[in-house]
Design a protein around this ligand. Structure first.
Ligand code: PMP
Length: 394
């Protein structure tokens, strides 16, 4: 049987990671994957997470099956965090998933079960997994441009291109800290997008993976809430990988907003049925940790404070890289960089220049120019700026 399998495409990001692992240059710098690292280069377990884990271990709970919707305390706490505590219970349903990726896939399945072959619009460029996840659920993918020539969010262009989205199409938007560009809409632009969705009847599908790492937790959730307040129906995929540092615990949830309890009940069952055919039930540990943190005032405050520290480090890294690039004669590129938000930045380099950066300077980013600005120790930023400037000047 396996002889019939054609050579499958490999994952470019994991290919780069393998190339990095084989690189023996001591100055090598891996900025490919979106993982937060502290000033020592470690990806720490957050203090509140560790404390919640200790408490859970002491309680010695049971590992009995939890059900297809996962941990319901976690689901309620996440819904309240994302949409606000005042959201009426009959406005949304939330189902725990295998991290943000699992949420994207379950919601894509929900769309496919509702109306097979629905068109879903994604930004160009988009998070690399958006298209394959949507296509795996049998959906049609169309794209709309995201940035202007200076690399900033292009409100006019986006609204114009999304003018072609039809009633019942779905538009996938990243709620904050756009991956890979770091270019986010202003609040006015979010209002305009909400208005367009209401007028044209398309359904927003929000992907939230970096809330808390852009302008702050509440500020980063505001665009999602602006949309939620205006549109009748909406889908939200939420990841706890970055902002709780729970990467390998695969923690997240899928939310559906609707206007009737009956439709929401059907949506929840459809999500459960999709989960049943993919993996049955989501893993409990990360969800139990998040539920413990969000349900305890002290742990919640400690988590928020640590998240703020992480955000501060990311912002400082980006500002420092911009300052050094500017001092090396690349002021315009530095200003564009400084406007970006979240874990990623786009360097003003072509695919060929990114290859040069890798070959000559041992700096690993994706070929699109994306680097993980949260993945670099502060003392290495001057050298990164010099490498980028050298490639730009070559
Ligand atoms: N959406 C976006 C935009 C992402 O960047 C990521 C992670 N890189 C995810 C969703 C999914 O993350 P995870 O499955 O690890 O929670």
């Amino acid at each position: 049987m396996l002889e019939l399998l054609p050579p499958p495409p490999t994952d470019p990001l994991w290919d780069l990671t393998a190339e990095f692992a084989a690189d023996e240059r001591p100055e090598r710098l891996n900025l490919v994957l979106g993982v937060y690292r502290d000033h020592t280069g470690r990806t720490p377990v957050m203090t509140a997470v560790r404390e919640a884990e200790v408490r859970l271990a002491e309680q010695a709970g049971s590992k009995e099956y939890r059900g297809l919707s996962g941990n319901t305390v976690f689901n309620r706490a996440m819904q309240s965090m994302v949409l606000g505590p005042q959201t009426p219970a009959d406005r949304a349903v939330t189902v725990q998933t295998v991290a943000g990726s699992g949420a994207l896939r379950l919601l894509a399945d929900l769309i496919g079960r509702t109306r097979p072959g629905t068109t879903v619009w994604i930004s160009d460029p988009a998070y690399v997994n958006h298209r394959p996840i949507l296509e795996a659920a049998g959906l049609e993918v169309r794209t709309f441009g995201w940035r202007d020539a200076e690399g900033a969010f292009d409100a006019e262009g986006v609204l114009r291109e999304l003018g072609a989205a039809r009633r019942d199409d779905v538009v996938l938007l990243q709620g904050c800290c756009h991956n890979p560009t770091g270019a986010d809409p202003t609040l006015d632009a979010w209002e305009a997008l909400a208005e367009l969705a209401v007028r044209e009847g398309w359904v927003p599908f929000v992907d939230l993976a970096y809330h808390g790492l852009g302008d702050g937790l509440e500020a980063d959730l505001l665009p999602t809430r602006i949309l939620a307040a205006r549109v009748p129906e909406m889908l939200i995929a939420v990841s706890c990988s970055k902002n709780f540092g729970l990467y390998s615990d695969r923690t997240g949830c899928a939310m559906v907003l609707g206007t009737s309890a009956r439709a929401l009940g059907h949506a929840e069952t459809a999500l459960q049925n999709a989960a049943r055919t993919l993996y049955s039930m989501p893993p409990e540990h990360g969800a139990a940790v998040v539920a413990a943190i969000l349900g305890d005032e002290g742990l919640r405050a400690a988590w928020r404070a640590e998240l703020e520290t992480m955000r501060g480090r990311i912002t400082a890294n980006r500002a420092e890289l911009a300052t050094h690039l500017s001092a090396l004669g690349h002021g315009a590129q530095a200003r564009a960089l400084d406007r970006q938000k979240g874990m990623f930045s786009m360097l003003p380099l072509s695919a060929g220049q990114m290859l040069e950066l890798r070959r000559r300077h041992a700096v690993y980013g994706t070929t699109s120019g994306r680097i993980n600005i949260a993945g670099i120790a502060g003392h290495r930023i001057p050298r990164l700026a010099q490498a980028v400037a050298a490639v730009l000047d070559a």
